[in-house]
Ligand binder design. Structure first.
Ligand code: FAD
Length: 415
C-alpha cells in the first residue's frame, strides 16, 4: 500500500532530506522565474509566451469558445491539431492516463505530485455515467500504482444526474434507504471508488459544485468520509469560501468528524461558479449565497486555512489556490508555529499549466504540493480549455501574472 503522507512522502528520501525543514530557511521566492520555467527550453518558453499573449485578447478567447468548440466537433481539418498544440499542450496532461505519464514524471522530477482529473463534462446519460465511473476506477487504479500520483478526482455530477442531486438538496439523506435509484447507483459507485482508494492507498477528491446541489454532495461526502477515513485520509471533500456560510459549515463538519471518530479531509477553494450563482439567485429572488465582496472571500478563505492549520492533527487540508497572498499567509503561520514544511496534513495544489511559480517554488522549498492534472481526448476537454483561456484573458492582476513572468524569463535568457 502506498504511503498516504501527502505528495512529499512519495518522493525519494534523499530528496526530502535535502529539503527538510530548517528554522533558518526563508520562505520560497515566488518571483524566481529561472526556477519556475527551468523545465522549458528556449523554444517551448517562447511558444508558451506566445500562447499567453494570445490569451490576453478577450475577443480571441471568446471566438475560441464558440468557434473553437464547433470546428473541433465538426471535425474540420486542422482544428483538433491546432487546439492540441496550443491550449491543450499547456493545460492538459494527455489524452489517456498512459499519455499523461510523461507530464506526471516531469512534475515528479521536480517534487510535485499529480491528482488526476478526467476532463469529460456533461454526459447526462446512463451510458455517460457508466463511462465516467469506469474512468474514475481506472484513474484510481493508476494513481495507486504510480508513486507520484496521489489521487483521483470525482465530480459527483458525472456519476449522479444533476437534477437528482438538486431534487434532494433540501432533504436529509438516509443512506440506508436512499430515495432515488440514481442516487443509490451513484453512491454505490462512489463506494467502489473509495474502497479501491482505501485498499490500494490513494486519495479521492470530490469537487464542489453549484450551491443548489452542494448540500446533497456534502451529505454524500460526509457519508463517504465516515466510512473510508477511519485509519487515514482517503476521501477529500471541497469547501468553497466564496459562499458566506462555508466557514461555519467547515467547522461544524470538522466537529461531526471528531465526534464520530473519523478524519476530516478537504480541499479549500474560493469557488468557480460565482456568476452563475449570482444570476440564479437574482432570477429566482432568493439571497445570493456568495460573499458580499472579494475581500470577504479572501478573509474566509484565509480563516479556513488558519483553522485547518490549527487542527492539523485532525484535519488534512489541501489549499487549492493560485492566490499568492493566501499561500504566503499560511507559510508564515507554519513558520511561526515551527510546523514542518512537509507536514502530511498541509498541502497545496494548483491547476496544471497555471501558476508554476507557486507550484515549483513550493516544491523546491520542501512543501507538499501537487498539480490538478486534467486529461482526456481533445473534444472532451474543450469546455475546460475554454474556461482556462478565459481565466487568462485579463492582462492585469493574478491572471496576467503568468505572462509577465514568462516575459521576464525570456528577458533573463536574452530571448
Ligand atoms: C487544485 C484546484 C482545485 C479546484 N477545485 C474546485 C472545486 O472543486 N470547485 C470549485 O468551485 N472550484 C474549484 N477550483 C477553482 C477555484 O474555486 C477558483 O475558481 C480558482 O482557483 C480561483 O481562485 P484562487 O483562490 O486561485 O484565486 P483568486 O484569483 O485570488 O480568487 C478569484 C476568486 O475569488 C472569488 N471572487 C472574485 N470576485 C469576487 C467577488 N466580487 N465577491 C466574492 N468573491 C469573489 C471567486 O471565487 C474567484 O474565482 C479549484 C482550483 C484549484 C487550483
Amino acid at each position: 500500500m502506498k504511503d498516504l503522507g501527502g505528495p512529499a512522502a512519495q518522493f525519494p528520501l534523499a530528496e526530502r532530506a535535502r529539503k527538510a525543514w530548517n528554522a533558518e530557511q526563508s520562505l520560497p521566492d515566488f518571483t524566481d522565474t529561472e526556477l519556475t520555467f527551468s523545465h522549458l527550453d528556449d523554444r517551448r518558453l517562447r511558444g508558451t509566451r506566445r500562447l499567453f499573449r494570445l490569451m490576453g485578447y478577450p475577443w480571441l478567447t471568446r471566438l475560441m469558445g464558440s468557434l473553437g468548440i464547433k470546428t473541433v466537433n465538426w471535425g474540420l481539418p486542422g482544428a483538433e491539431w491546432l487546439v492540441k498544440n496550443t491550449l491543450y499542450k499547456q493545460f492538459v496532461g494527455g489524452t489517456t492516463l498512459e499519455e499523461a505519464q510523461r507530464a506526471i514524471a516531469r512534475l515528479a522530477s521536480r517534487g510535485v505530485g499529480s491528482i488526476l482529473d478526467y476532463g469529460a463534462e456533461g454526459k447526462e446519460t446512463p451510458a455517460g455515467r457508466e463511462a465516467a465511473f469506469q474512468e474514475c476506477l481506472r484513474a484510481t487504479e493508476f494513481a495507486a500504482a504510480t508513486p507520484a500520483v496521489i489521487g483521483s478526482v470525482v465530480k459527483l455530477t458525472s456519476l449522479i444526474p444533476f437534477e437528482v442531486l438538486a431534487r434532494y438538496n433540501d432533504t436529509t439523506l438516509d443512506f440506508a434507504a436512499l430515495p432515488h435509484p440514481d442516487l443509490r447507483t451513484g453512491v454505490q459507485r462512489l463506494e467502489q471508488i473509495c474502497q479501491l482508494g482505501r485498499e490500494r492507498g490513494c486519495e479521492v477528491y470530490l469537487d464542489a459544485e453549484e450551491s443548489w446541489i452542494q448540500h446533497s454532495i456534502d451529505q454524500i461526502a460526509e457519508y463517504l468520509m465516515r466510512r473510508y477515513n477511519r485509519e487515514g485520509h482517503v476521501v477529500f471533500t471541497t469547501c468553497q469560501l466564496y459562499r458566506h456560510d462555508r466557514l461555519p459549515y467547515l467547522k461544524a463538519a470538522h466537529l461531526r468528524a471528531r465526534q464520530e471518530g473519523y478524519l476530516f479531509a478537504l480541499k479549500i477553494v474560493r469557488g468557480a461558479y460565482m456568476v452563475k450563482e449570482g444570476r440564479r439567485a437574482e432570477d429566482r429572488g432568493y439571497p445570493t449565497p456568495i460573499q458580499p465582496n472579494l475581500a470577504s472571500t479572501h478573509r474566509d478563505f484565509d480563516a479556513a486555512a488558519a483553522y485547518c492549520l490549527e487542527h492539523r492533527e485532525e484535519i488534512a487540508c489541501c489549499l487549492a489556490s493560485h492566490n499568492e497572498r493566501s499561500i504566503v499567509k499560511l507559510l508564515e503561520a507554519m513558520q511561526e508555529a515551527q510546523i514542518p514544511r512537509d507536514h502530511p496534513n498541509i498541502r497545496f495544489s494548483q491547476l496544471l499549466g497555471m501558476s508554476g511559480n507557486l507550484t515549483f517554488n513550493l516544491a523546491e522549498g520542501g512543501y507538499n504540493v501537487s498539480k490538478y492534472m486534467v486529461y482526456g481526448p481533445v473534444r472532451e476537454v474543450l469546455p475546460y480549455l475554454v474556461r482556462r483561456a478565459q481565466e487568462n484573458t485579463s492582462v492585469t492582476g493574478e491572471a496576467g501574472r503568468e505572462l509577465r513572468m514568462l516575459q521576464e524569463e525570456c528577458r533573463r535568457r536574452g530571448l
